[in-house]
Write a protein that binds this ligand. Structure first.
Ligand code: GCB
Length: 587
């Protein structure tokens, strides 16, 4: 027993010094318009189930020839097998398919000497979930959160000539984190978004927020360094102004009459911000989105959100997403007649909202506060808050983003309410110009929309599966009648599995039954005047460990399109016809 206890102590001790969570929303830099050097490509790679690398300090090894070594070694981070970055390791080798634990990535990076006063930052687009960063043997920081970018300053860590960067990425699901242990999507792992090196002047623009608010174009920004003023230019609006900085913070408001961004007219403006020698750029659309009673109002006009939900999931590459994937998803959404897409259940690639800005799609963006998480745990709260802040800071210049969603189907406890109110307050503090949503709850006993969270958000999302998990379809109409929400409801999910390959002709898991569920849903939902949008579940079939019956075979089959991203199921056409009809009546 004593030995076990010692081992436990030891295990905790090896990990604790690295779990600083010191790479977070406050250490991000604004990267729009900056030149970067890509560090994508082949990295040396080794899975490490027992965390031997942290115990044996693999990160501190230096490149040397075997014959020069005096101690045996278990892994050499400077040679061996390579994998491409970005990627998900599950998709690279069958033996890594269910691997959950740490894996080491390392690569050499050769740099020129840095001119005096210049700085360097390493930025990792996303690593699932925990990522520890080492440069030349030194631990520089750790980030938690599988879907948001993070930056680490490497000005002093990188020396002229060859350097070694090592990342220890761990995708273990743990009780104190967001998401927790149980999800209905696949637990991918790895560095699955781009890795870049940025060089900046001494004064760095950390953050830039440009939006239309209260009839004016407002700009807020943060820079570090000694600068006293920033310059902001939006040439097409005749804005070229100086903003005074105090303690690195600046704020200004301008009268202007931009052409408003909307799905029909996705107009974007070039914005440039300069502080000292640092220059960043963005393309920003201006629009207002608000709630009035049970309406969602865009640029003063109520609208219905014709949406669809999507995951980031690919049969061949997993969570790795290319520009072509994003464009294909959005093209399919447009083909359905959508003006709205729910990016479920975590922050998607940052190119997604940029492309939605150009293509004219409104977005619901979300953090993985999913099902039961440990709402009473301060670590869980800190993690969720940071992921939300990172997402908002990354995307708050995107006109397409209309709703920040802070939770999905979470049990209505006091701890959850306090947690969610804190997240809603965080949203408003970071960005008062968008709606806050969450997938809320129905009281199935009273057959009524009833969730204490609803009073604290703007859009009540409802995930309901009448005709599927809830087999008595007629109850949906009863819920509709019994509920009188004072704010808009979006049916954030509804649907049914349909297996296009091996499913039966009729009944559960047939594509015919799936289409029938869509028909019945549409007929009932259209009678509810407070329902102001829907994003059925889901555009494509997606991979998940927990679905293993003969029709699912490792996939959630609720896609309107199969996992091949080509085969449309009949329900696709049912929804497309409904959206076409809605569009016709709106116009
Ligand atoms: C839900 C969840 C979603 C699942 C879906 C399903 O309510 O929000 O993540 O994938 O149901 O298919 O059961």
């Amino acid at each position: 027993i004593a030995e076990n206890a010692l081992q436990a102590l030891h295990d905790e001790a090896y990990d604790r010094p690295f779990n600083l969570q010191n790479l977070n929303a406050d250490t991000m830099i604004f990267t729009g318009g900056r030149q970067s050097r890509s560090l994508d490509g082949d990295w040396l790679f080794c899975v490490d189930l027992l965390d031997t690398g942290l115990r044996q300090k693999w990160y501190a090894m230096t490149p040397s020839r075997p014959e020069d070594r005096i101690e045996p070694w278990d892994y050499d981070p400077h040679e061996g097998e390579t994998v491409p970055v970005p990627s998900c390791w599950q998709m690279l080798k069958e033996k890594w398919y269910f691997f959950e634990g740490s894996a080491w990535y390392s690569r050499p990076v050769t740099v020129d000497p840095l001119d005096k006063g210049r700085r360097r930052f390493l930025r990792i687009g996303a690593a699932q979930y925990d990522c520890k960063v080492f440069v030349n043997g030194a631990f520089l920081g750790n980030h938690y959160g599988g879907s948001t970018p993070f930056c680490v300053e490497v000005t002093d860590a990188l020396a002229e000539g060859e350097n070694w960067i090592m990342l220890c990425v761990n995708n273990t699901r743990t009780l104190d984190r967001v998401p927790m242990r149980n999800t209905d999507w696949f637990n991918y792992g790895g560095v699955y978004r781009e890795v870049e090196l940025f060089e900046t002047p001494e004064t760095v623009i950390r953050d830039l927020f440009v939006r239309l608010d209260g009839g004016k174009i407002r700009v807020s920004m943060t820079a570090d360094g000694p600068a006293e003023a920033a310059r902001i230019e939006i040439p097409e609006l005749g804005i070229d102004a100086s903003i005074a900085l105090s303690g690195g913070q600046g704020e200004a408001a301008f009268d202007a009459a931009p052409d408003l961004w909307s799905p029909e007219t996705p107009r974007l403006y070039d914005v440039t911000c300069t502080v000292g020698e640092d220059i960043v750029r963005d393309r920003v659309g201006f629009r207002t989105v608000e709630r009035r009673g049970t309406d969602i109002v865009l640029n003063g006009k109520p609208l219905f959100l014709r949406g669809i939900s999507v995951h980031e999931d690919d049969a061949e590459t997993g969570k790795l997403t290319s520009e072509a994937d994003i464009r294909r998803r959005f093209e399919h959404a447009l083909e359905l007649g959508c003006n709205f897409v729910r990016l479920a259940h975590y922050p998607h690639h940052e190119r997604a909202p940029q492309i939605a800005d150009e293509m004219g799609l409104l977005l619901w963006e979300e953090i993985p506060v999913y099902w039961a998480i440990d709402f009473a745990n301060p670590d869980t709260r800190a993690d969720a808050t940071n992921q939300l802040r990172e997402l908002i800071r990354r995307d708050r210049n995107r006109a397409s983003v209309a709703i920040w969603s802070i939770g999905n189907e979470n049990p209505d406890t006091d701890a959850r309410l306090s947690f969610m109110r804190h997240l809603a307050d965080t949203c408003r503090a970071e960005d008062p110009t968008r709606l806050i949503g969450a997938a809320c709850l129905v009281n199935h006993r009273k057959l009524k929309i009833e969730d204490r969270l609803a009073a604290h958000i703007d859009v009540i999302g409802i995930n309901e599966y009448y005709g599927w998990y809830d087999e008595n379809f007629d109850e949906l109409a009863v819920i509709g009648e019994n509920s009188a929400p004072d704010r808009p409801v979006v049916i954030s999910e509804t649907g049914a599995d349909g297996d296009h390959e091996a499913g039966p002709e009729t009944g559960l898991f047939s594509v015919a039954y799936q289409a029938e569920v869509y028909e019945k849903q549409i007929a009932t939902l259209r009678t509810l005047d407070y329902v102001k949008g829907m994003s059925p579940w889901i555009l494509y079939d997606f991979r998940v460990e927990r679905r293993q019956n003969v029709f699912q075979r490792g996939w959630n089959r609720k896609g309107l399109i199969a996992a091949d991203k080509r085969t449309k199921k009949p329900a696709f056409h049912v929804l497309a016809a409904h959206y076409a009809e809605r569009r016709a009546t709106e116009e």
